[in-house]
Design a protein around this ligand. Structure first.
Ligand code: FHN
Length: 495
């Protein structure tokens, strides 16, 4: 009897320990065995899933391709999301002591070397009195965006949520006294879009995270580990558990300065315990690759074949509100960026920087509505699509300047882009042909039909398009003289 007991204990103990302790300490696949399982049943436990060799890089080690596809499905289909940088920095809005401070708005504390006590005074003027979650979410939806990622805490350490960890937060330190993340979570649920949280896990100028570019105030001297354990991890637990089981849908890390492998593992363990499989970007640090590449302020020349990726970009030159920044991108640039990104298999995370009242600048709202109008007609060529079946349209990589003035390889092709989904190839044309014909490279399937996605009333008649194809290419004929859309017109090729 005793020997049976010992055998049972030997079989069950590692499993029980693996579930209760190992969950936070190891990334090994977890094999769950109910404590009542007999030794015979233990041997029938399923082997660990075969790792996905096509997508070896993921925040969930050892998941299969099917598991990964299921986990990333909504995100891949969404294609277009709203990034929101909102915080106390929107009060100084680019000015300190009456002087303009250079650089991006949310970095004003660092760039202006503002002492902690001085910076914290700005919270008193953060009224957020115009903030209306319903309208906010509607602005994203109206633009055709399918998810929002908002700064729950940026590098200034200010929590835009009801944290119990310290008083440096929107509920306790501002006249607003409400939790906008809670209101946004409810509205996103109501309006059917996803909500993700950005969290600056490493850099925190008020709570002792590594201060990039040096510390400028004695009050910032803290131990990084102390900060990780006593501020970051407890706050991450709050944002993972206080907003419903569907929120956050994504966690967006940033600037992993001084994030050792060990520190990153401590944070990841919390994610895997509280929200296993939550989509994470690639900026946790400590060598972790996350689920998504995050090119910033540029669109890579070829995308990232085999990887999920998301270009995050500003609408003007700043992420956080800066009153003097009126350098707005045109609607043409925004729509073409979205097409370019989708044609390379990526997502576009386009930023807004609300002011201290909670208003999204009118220039942003106007452009987003224009992108939304285009998406209402042409969204079929964007949502749920994958990268171009061609590639020649991207041209040879050329050098371009990104949103930070840095030289980067970019696509030289400016005439058209393509996306696809089963049974469809979408030709997205930026420069409409004058001769009624559009020719693209050879395509493997037989095309049965070609239509413009634009509303027929644009012409008063439905143009009859014809297609001929051979080993050299596909020719679409019968195109009307005037482009259906001056920015980007879509031909839907069915096969
Ligand atoms: O330093 C930040 C910056 O303020 C902004 O949040 C961007 C958005 O991707 N990320 C960092 C720079 O890479």
């Amino acid at each position: 009897m005793n020997s049976i007991k010992t055998t049972l204990m030997a079989l069950l103990l590692p499993t029980v320990l693996g579930v209760s302790m190992g969950a936070e300490s190891s990334n090994a696949p977890k094999v769950l065995v109910p404590p009542s399982t007999s030794p015979a049943a233990v041997s029938t436990v399923q082997p660990a899933p075969t790792p996905d060799r096509d997508h070896p890089v993921s925040s969930v080690p050892d998941e299969t391709k099917a598991q990964r596809d299921a986990r990333m499905g909504w995100w891949r289909d969404a294609k277009f999301g709203m990034f929101v940088h909102w915080g106390v920095y929107s009060v100084p809005a680019g000015y300190y002591d009456g002087k303009p401070i250079g650089g991006i708005g949310e970095w004003i504390m660092n760039k202006g070397k503002i002492p902690m006590a001085e910076y914290q005074k700005f919270a008193k003027q953060f009224t957020a009195d115009k903030f209306d979650a319903a309208q906010f979410v509607a602005t994203a939806k109206n633009a055709g965006m399918k998810y929002i990622v908002i700064t729950s805490k940026h590098h200034d350490g200010f929590a835009m949520f009801d944290t119990k960890v310290n008083g440096w937060n929107i509920v306790q330190a501002t006249p607003f006294k409400r939790d906008p993340l809670k209101e946004l979570a409810e509205e996103c649920r109501k309006q059917g879009i996803k909500l993700g949280f950005y969290y600056s896990q490493a850099q925190d100028w008020n709570n002792g995270g590594s201060a990039n570019g040096g510390k400028w105030d004695k009050a910032q001297e803290h131990s990084m580990d102390d900060y990780i354990d006593k501020t970051a991890i407890p706050q991450i637990k709050e944002i993972l558990t206080n907003y419903g089981p569907d929120t956050p849908a994504v966690v967006w890390w940033d600037t992993p300065t001084d994030m050792t492998k060990e520190r990153a593992a401590r944070i990841d363990a919390v994610i895997q315990r509280l929200r296993p499989g939550l989509i994470q970007n690639n900026r946790l640090g400590g060598g972790s690759k996350g689920d998504t590449e995050t090119p910033e302020q540029h669109i890579p020349a070829q995308g990232y074949p085999g990887r999920d990726w998301e270009s995050c970009m500003t609408l003007n030159d700043t992420w956080g509100f800066k009153k003097d920044d009126q350098h707005w991108k045109s609607t043409e640039t925004l729509i073409r960026n979205l097409c370019d990104i989708a044609s390379k298999g990526g997502n576009y995370l386009l930023n807004v920087g609300p002011d201290s009242h909670g208003d999204i600048p009118a220039e942003s709202v106007k452009r987003l509505a224009e992108v939304g109008a285009w998406m209402k007609v042409n969204g079929e060529a964007i949502y749920g699509t994958t990268a171009t079946p061609f590639g020649e349209e991207l041209g040879k990589p050329t050098e371009a300047v990104d949103g930070y003035g840095k030289k980067r390889p970019a696509s030289s092709g400016k005439v058209w882009r393509a996306t696809q989904k089963p049974g469809h190839v979408y030709l997205i044309i930026f420069q409409w042909p004058k001769d009624g014909k559009f020719i693209v490279p050879a395509f493997a399937h037989t095309i049965t039909e070609a239509n413009l996605l634009a509303d027929p009333p644009a012409y008063g008649f439905i143009p009859k398009l014809t297609v001929s194809q051979n080993d050299n290419g596909v020719t679409v004929s019968g195109l009307p003289e005037k482009a259906p859309d001056a920015i980007a017109s879509v031909i839907d090729l069915k096969y």
